[in-house]
Design a protein around this ligand. Structure first.
Ligand code: GTR
Length: 387
């Protein structure tokens, strides 16, 4: 992919703090009417819905439906002795139908056998090749360390994003858009990231029916474009008890107004199918977006949130991701909880896990690794295993 300034509206990409422009962020707690919210009630009844609506309208788009009427779960594969007897594997086909058209998503699940059921779960939105979530386990990779997740007492659940919507610009003819979209497309219609997030919610609909899984303790996890997606899934669906954004960068955890690394203009040009059409009005015009990404993180409050950066992944703006977490902490404070609990970006490979927002900068490049997963599980062990 090209990173020349021509696809950045003629501007050079920014890779040093000195070049970050001055900016001021919209205030998380000040309503559209200019009033500061101070209570949980005001946050939940006024400000949170306002922010969610701003993201729908200007960034990710509006879904045509929530839980669809015509949806079925087919548990077509159950192996109680998977992973050398350590896990029960299930595969579930979730099928949606509308107007004679249908679409299915395959869900791969490993549930620890030697555990007290129901168990908490990690749901990965896989945005890489399907072999990364191999149900046979011939192909084991760090991106989805299902054996390690199971060994720590969590269910490992995954689906492939392209089952819901292909990751290319097809004018929204295929995937779930082809099944559910009707009539004229508006500039705030859902696009591909919102479709994947919707898919994660439908997988959670299934998990709620599985008696081996504790659906009240499900973490939705995504890497990169999948991390942008998991943040939106957690914002739109408060049933997710935890949201994990791994190296999500622009349109994910990073502050757009910093313009560091990937920018709004560049992302909309390179991936015209990810965000709603309205978002492209902010190409080279970040200061006019009525939100910034710290407000997306705030929508996870007071639930658990874990954001990661990698020090060589400058394209995703590690510092911008950290600053978002720091800002989002004010929404946690409304609940009397600690968000991040620090104002200092931590040293490499030294996770911050003192409040309800976890954060680390891993050494190395763009990727989802066993190191990252280990920190997520340390964090949920602390919060979920004291029950
Ligand atoms: C890049 C894109 C990023 C990130 C990444 C990925 O090409 O610019 O926003 O999403 O792909 O998903 O790995």
């Amino acid at each position: 992919e090209s990173r020349s300034s021509s696809n950045n509206g003629g501007r050079d990409f920014i890779y040093s703090e000195e070049k970050v422009p001055e900016y001021s962020l919209p205030d998380i707690l000040t309503t559209d009417a200019g009033e500061k919210v101070t209570t949980v009630k005001e946050w939940e009844s006024t400000r949170r819905p306002e922010i969610l609506e701003l993201f729908r309208k200007h960034v990710y788009g509006r879904n045509p439906v929530g839980r669809p009427e015509q949806m079925s779960f087919d548990v077509y594969d159950v192996d109680p002795k998977a992973m050398d007897g350590k896990a029960t594997r299930k595969q579930v086909k979730i099928t949606f139908e509308n107007n004679g058209k249908s679409l299915s998503v395959n869900v791969v699940i490993f549930i620890p056998n030697d555990a007290e059921h129901p168990v908490p779960a990690y749901l990965l939105i896989c945005n890489r090749d399907k072999t990364n979530i191999d149900p046979t386990r011939e192909n084991k990779i760090e991106y989805w360390p299902a054996e390690e997740i199971v060994a720590r007492g969590y269910a490992a659940v995954a689906f492939h994003n392209a089952d819901i919507d292909p990751d290319d610009y097809d004018k929204f003819q295929n995937g779930i858009h082809g099944v559910l979209d009707e009539g004229e497309r508006h500039d705030d219609a859902w696009a591909t990231l919102a479709a994947w997030a919707w898919g994660a919610s439908r997988v959670l609909d299934y998990l709620e029916t599985d008696r081996m899984i504790d659906a009240e303790h499900v973490a939705v996890v995504g890497h990169s474009r999948g991390g942008k997606t998991s943040l939106w899934a957690g914002a739109t669906d408060e049933r997710f008890a935890m949201v994990v954004s791994n190296n999500s960068g622009c349109g994910g955890a990073a502050l757009s107004r910093r313009q560091y690394g990937e920018t709004v203009g560049r992302i909309n040009r390179a991936f015209p199918h990810w965000f709603c059409e309205k978002f492209s009005e902010y190409n080279e015009n970040e200061s006019e977006i009525p939100v910034d990404q710290h407000m997306l993180l705030a929508l996870a409050a007071p639930r658990l949130l874990y954001v990661t950066s990698a020090n060589e992944d400058l394209w995703a703006d590690p510092r911008g991701e950290f600053l978002s977490c720091k800002e989002a902490s004010t929404a946690y404070e409304i609940y009397g909880k600690t968000g991040l609990g620090t104002n200092q970006i931590p040293a490499l490979n030294e996770p911050v896990q003192q409040g309800n927002i976890g954060y680390h900068v891993r050494s190395g490049g763009h990727g989802l690794t066993l190191y990252d997963w280990t920190q997520f599980m340390n964090f949920t062990d602390k919060h979920w295993k004291k029950r």
